[in-house]
Design a protein. Structure first.
Length: 317
C-alpha cells in the first residue's frame, strides 16, 4: 500500500481502469472483474464520467453506473474511487457550473457521498484557469470531493494550477494522470515528472499497457491479427523497436515467473513519482496478471535494461 502524493489515500499500487465497463465488459463481466480485483487485494478503481459514450448505444456514465451498482451490491470496505470531469456529452468542459453539475451527477451514479479523487480530465483553455481551480476547491470545501487531481495537463498548466490554488488558499492537486508506458516515455519524463517531484505530486499513468501492446499478444502491425476493439491502438506499436521491448519483457518475466504485462507494469511502478499505474481488464482471467504486477520486484539491472531497450530514438523506430 502507498499514499498518493500528500493525501491520506493509501492504495494498492495498481489502479483498475474502468474505461471498459459498459463497453468491452458488460455488467456481469464488470462485476466479475471488480470482484476478482478486490478479492486479490486491489482497492483502487479509476473511471471517468464520459466512459463510455463512444460505444454504440451509450451516452456516457455507463462505467460509473456499473461501478455504483457493484458498490451497492458488494459494499466493499476501503475502496478508493477516482473519477474525472470534462468529457461527458452532457457536461463538457471545465466551467464552474459544469464541474459542479458533473460532480453531482457522478456522485449519483456511483452512489457515494464523496469522490475520493476527482480529476480535471482534459485541460479546457476556453475557461479561465482561476475559475476551474476555484470550482474544484469548492467541491473539497463542500465535502463532495476529498482530493483533486489533473489529467492530460502540460507541465506549465500544472504549475499555473498550483500557483493559483496556493494564492487562493484552496485545495492543491495531489496527483497527475498522464499517458505513460514503456513505448511512450519522453514527454512525461522530460516535463511532467520534474513538476511532480517539485510539488509532491504522484503519477497515476493511464495506457500503462499501451492499449494492450505490452501484454505481448500483439506481434503484428495488422490490427486484424487479434480480434479486439482496442487492437488498432496496440498494433501501431508493433515496430521492430516495440518488439525488442516485448522480447526483453519476456526474458525478464521468465526469470520472475511473471507475464509480459506484469513486468511492464512493474517497470512503470519503479519510475520516479509513479504510485499506481492504471490497467484495465475486459475479462476476469486478465485480472491475475494485473494484481501480480504489484508483487514483481525488478532488480536495478532489470529496470535499467528495460529503460535502455525502450529509450526513444528516431533510428530505433
Amino acid at each position: 500500500m502507498t499514499l498518493i502524493g500528500r493525501s491520506d489515500l493509501d492504495v494498492f499500487p495498481l489502479a483498475l481502469g474502468g474505461n471498459v465497463f459498459g463497453w468491452t465488459a458488460d455488467r456481469d463481466a464488470s462485476f466479475a472483474i471488480l470482484d476478482a480485483f478486490t478479492q486479490g487485494g486491489g482497492d483502487f478503481i479509476d473511471t471517468a464520467d464520459g466512459y463510455s459514450h463512444w460505444a454504440p448505444g451509450n451516452s456516457g456514465g455507463e462505467s460509473e453506473t456499473l461501478i455504483g451498482e457493484w458498490l451497492t451490491s458488494r459494499k466493499p470496505r476501503d475502496v478508493v474511487i477516482a473519477t474525472k470531469v470534462s468529457t461527458h456529452p452532457d457536461f463538457p468542459g471545465l466551467s464552474a457550473k459544469n464541474i459542479r453539475a458533473a460532480a453531482e451527477a457522478s456522485l449519483r451514479r456511483l452512489g457515494v457521498e464523496s469522490i475520493d479523487l476527482y480529476y480535471a480530465h482534459f485541460d479546457d483553455e476556453s475557461v479561465p484557469l482561476e475559475e476551474t481551480v476555484a470550482a474544484f476547491g469548492q467541491l473539497v470545501t463542500d465535502g463532495l470531493v476529498r482530493h483533486t487531481a489533473v489529467s492530460n495537463y502540460s507541465a506549465d498548466r500544472i504549475r499555473s494550477w498550483i500557483a493559483i490554488a496556493q494564492d487562493a488558499g484552496t485545495a492543491l492537486p495531489v496527483a497527475v494522470q498522464p499517458h505513460y508506458n514503456l513505448v511512450h516515455r519522453n514527454a512525461v519524463e522530460e516535463s511532467i515528472i520534474p513538476v511532480a517531484e517539485e510539488f509532491g505530486l504522484d503519477l497515476i499513468p493511464y495506457y500503462a499497457l499501451a492499449s494492450g501492446f505490452l501484454t505481448g499478444k500483439y506481434r503484428s502491425d495488422d490490427p486484424t491479427a487479434v480480434a479486439s476493439a482496442r487492437a488498432g491502438g496496440a498494433a501501431k506499436y508493433a515496430t521492430s523497436h516495440g518488439l525488442r521491448i516485448i522480447d526483453e519483457l519476456e526474458r525478464i518475466g521468465t526469470a520472475h515467473g511473471a507475464s509480459v504485462a506484469s513486468v511492464a507494469l512493474a517497470w512503470l511502478r519503479s519510475q520516479p513519482t509513479v504510485v499506481a499505474p492504471i490497467a484495465s481488464a475486459s475479462r476476469v482471467e486478465q485480472v491475475a496478471d494485473l494484481l501480480a504486477s504489484a508483487r514483481v520486484q525488478l532488480s536495478p539491472e532489470e529496470i535499467a535494461s528495460l529503460s535502455a531497450v525502450s529509450a526513444w530514438s528516431y533510428a530505433g523506430r
